[in-house]
Design a protein around this ligand. Structure first.
Ligand SMILES: Cc1ncc(C[n+]2csc(CCOP(=O)(O)OP(=O)(O)O)c2C)c(N)n1
Ligand SMILES: [Mg+2]
Length: 441
């Protein structure tokens, strides 16, 4: 029996019309039960292919990548902090704008000092956030504390906004006994249960499928009113896990904002070598997701777009791919020297005229909300706090080294127990070679 015969039989057996069963397009020349035009095409309605919905055409041609229009970049402020379209001004209060500015300054100042601490050999590693401050603060300000954050590593401003303290940042960088991660991770791998910020993983894109899964779980909760935000770099978007995450988020319709920080580089690989096509926002189309692309150096653009994205993911229970365009002003990390692969002139533009802080400062000056002395005092105060905390955190004991065997399994398995005993004996026999006094007993 042919497929057509089977379908007709089935339709009639259930006593429903062909139209009810949505099989009318199978009849040549008919669409939704109406006669359209005569045709010898066996199937001229696209809706019958389960894999795609598109019209039929008879002109044979490749669709070239250059034929797609670039996704526009939404911005509110120009480089001078001027808002041309007043309807786009979020009209935030002086207090909120001041907090945005101060948090960016704090992040910037702390970064400069901790970067130096690594150069002095006091901490083992560091990564700065220069140039991306507005992406962090603008997005964090548009969220609710109950929203769950998955970060990559260069989103420290989100934690600053949420209230992670200077002592918590610095204790983590020293991996001491007050580090919430108990010294088990490299510096800058922060995490805070209290602030709904999932601990950073070093392997790129680990957080992306996890974020899609967490959002799926959230959507299943009755009366869910929280979303997930997953930050990642445009380089991490080349990982297989990123694609798996996009597909899960789209097909399972998860309330997640996939926030790409497109800062132009994945260590020394510029974005034009990292991918072809119109950045990361364009991938949303391929996976069937909504998208928005913003100027990531404009704190108000990020704020407005994030508010819109959050509203959409919660109302529709669907994901959004959010692409914040910016420039990584600092080196990738303390293990990198970016002067080897880009010019100082190029970097300087993003560190001055196009820097998120200079734009927000210009806006505040226009509003009469900026005071040069207050800013100087604030920077001085932050420097003092960081300096003092550096000395305190450095002197604190490290957690007992045995803790490195704990925390993965509920009970330490026999093979790890054996390794722990072996190490214990080794340290005992070579006590003069190990700084055992720096560790908790
Ligand atoms: C699976 C994996 N591959 C490679 C690395 C090494 N690595 C660390 S950061 C990085 C570049 C990531 O670039 P991007 O995602 O654009 O973030 P950005 O550093 O620009 O903020 C690479 C390749 C890694 N950590 N994990
Ligand atoms: Mg990058």
């Amino acid at each position: 029996m042919s497929f057509m015969q089977q379908t007709l039989r089935c339709a009639f057996r259930t006593g429903r019309s062909l139209r009810d069963k949505h099989i009318s397009p199978l009849i040549p020349g008919m669409r939704n039960g109406h006669h359209r035009h005569s045709s010898t095409t066996p199937a001229d309605d696209p809706s019958q292919f389960p894999g795609a919905k598109a019209p039929f055409v008879s002109d044979l041609k490749l669709i070239l990548e250059s034929e797609y229009d670039a996704i526009p970049i939404y911005r509110v402020m120009d480089s001078d902090g001027y808002i041309a379209d007043k309807t786009q001004d979020p009209n935030l209060s002086k207090e909120v704008v001041q907090k945005m500015f101060n948090d960016m300054v704090l992040l910037n100042t702390m970064d400069k000092m901790l970067y130096e601490s690594q150069r002095q050999g006091r901490i083992s590693f560091y990564m700065t956030n220069f140039g991306e401050e507005a992406s962090h603060i603008g997005s964090a300000a548009a969220l609710e504390m109950r929203d769950l954050i998955f970060g990559q590593y260069r989103e420290v401003g989100v934690l600053v906004w949420r209230g992670f303290r200077i002592d918590q940042f610095i204790d983590q960088c020293y991996g001491n006994c007050d580090d919430l991660g108990r010294g088990k991770q490299m510096p800058v791998h922060y995490g805070s249960k209290e602030l709904n910020f999932v601990t950073i993983s070093s392997p790129l894109s680990t957080q992306m499928p996890q974020a899609a899964g967490a959002a799926y779980a959230m959507k299943l909760r009755p009366n869910n009113d929280a979303c997930v935000v997953c930050y990642f770099g445009e380089g991490a978007a080349s990982e297989g896990d990123a694609h798996a995450a996009f597909n899960f988020a789209a097909t399972l319709e998860c309330p997640v904002i996939m926030f790409c920080r497109n800062n132009g580089f994945a260590i020394s690989t510029p974005s034009y070598e990292q991918y072809k096509g119109d950045g990361i926002a364009a991938r949303a189309h391929g996976y069937g997701m909504a998208t928005i692309r913003v100027d990531g150096t404009d704190v108000f653009a990020v704020y407005n777009a994030m508010k819109l994205a959050r509203e959409y993911v919660l109302r529709e229970n669907k994901p959004v791919v959010f692409e914040a365009m910016a420039y990584r002003v600092g080196h990738h990390s303390t293990s990198d020297d970016s002067t080897a692969y880009r010019s100082a002139d190029e970097t300087e533009v993003w560190n001055s005229k196009e820097h998120p802080l200079s734009k927000l400062k210009s806006y505040m000056v226009r509003k009469g909300w900026f005071n040069e002395n207050d800013e100087k005092e604030f920077v001085k105060e932050v420097r003092k706090k960081v300096l003092k905390q550096n000395n305190i955190s450095e002197k604190k004991l490290k957690p007992n080294w045995k803790e490195m065997f704990e925390g993965v399994y509920y009970e330490i398995p026999p093979h790890l127990m054996e390794q722990m005993k072996e190490l214990e004996l080794h340290i005992k026999n070579h006590a003069d070679q190990y700084p055992t006094k720096s560790f908790e007993a």
